[in-house]
Design a protein around this ligand. Sequence first.
Ligand code: C2E
Ligand code: MG
Ligand code: MG
Ligand code: MG
Length: 288
Amino acid sequence: AAKEAGRGRCEYFAPALGERSRRVVSVEHELRQALQRGELSLDWQPWVRVDTWELLSAEALVRWQHPTLGSIPPAEFIPVAEKCGLIGEIGAWVLQRACQEAQALFGNLMISVNVSPAQMMRTGLLDDVRRALQVSGLAAERLEIEITEGIFLDDTPTAMSNLHQLKSLGVQIALDDFGTGYSSLAYLRRFPFDTLKIDRAFVRELLTHHDARAIVRTIVELARMLGMRTVAEGVEEPAQLEVLRRAGCSSVQGYLLARPAPAEQMRRLMDSWDPNSRPDPGDLPASE
Ligand code: C2E
Ligand code: MG
Ligand code: MG
Ligand code: MG
């Protein structure tokens, strides 16, 4: 149906709708409205250093609260925004907003912002980042851009050039969802990422699958030797944390420490954060 709708239009069947009210929704239209009506917002999710249990950084995650469809997750609308050509506007808004909230509320905490492949390939990205830093007054060194391996799929030279230009602004670059994409190791040789984020898929199986544990250990060791920090995503249990600590993983993120929440709540978390509150490992599976 989306193709028949013609160029410039982007229709999509919204799975968020219940059986009763199902219809094809023009997400392009809804998303444009979303920006204008101020339906987008940001949640923040911290990462913490494994050794000292200090807050290191916080990741901005975009949220869309639609008046009738309710809350629509980014995994649903970001791909649509990419197809509709709306990712530029949305991405610019996210960058701007994230830098402003961080500068206003987070002291010297680092922040990270997700940039999707289609956004990375746009020529305007660099200007968007520069403007967001300028308008907010946030120091470039406090900003990290999270990208996925998907950016290398179509046009590696452009992706590389954009990454190098971003780095020359002083911002840091994280490789997100590491281990789920393609030819990961080749890209690690070709670009000096500051951070490697180990995908939740590995963390999820850490306690039950020896192979997941072996892969995580190897990723951590590789990252260490290449001078990158590692962040394990989706840490939910103290025992996972303990396995990651033993593997030498430098930081963790996940529901175990905090769920994503609006900036004011993130600020309160920062104020009440206790570095002595690292959870007990509890019962670990037999170690090899
Ligand atoms: P991501 O960047 O890998 O973000 C991590 C996702 O895992 C987030 O989902 C987060 O809420 C969730 N998560 C964090 N800790 C845990 C945990 O312990 N357990 C479980 N089950 N989940 C956890 P979210 O916010 O729905 O975002 C999904 C994806 O959408 C992100 O994956 C990112 O790829 C994309 N995304 C989010 N915000 C933006 C944005 O502003 N711009 C772009 N381009 N993409 C975004
Ligand atoms: Mg991310
Ligand atoms: Mg991730
Ligand atoms: Mg992920």
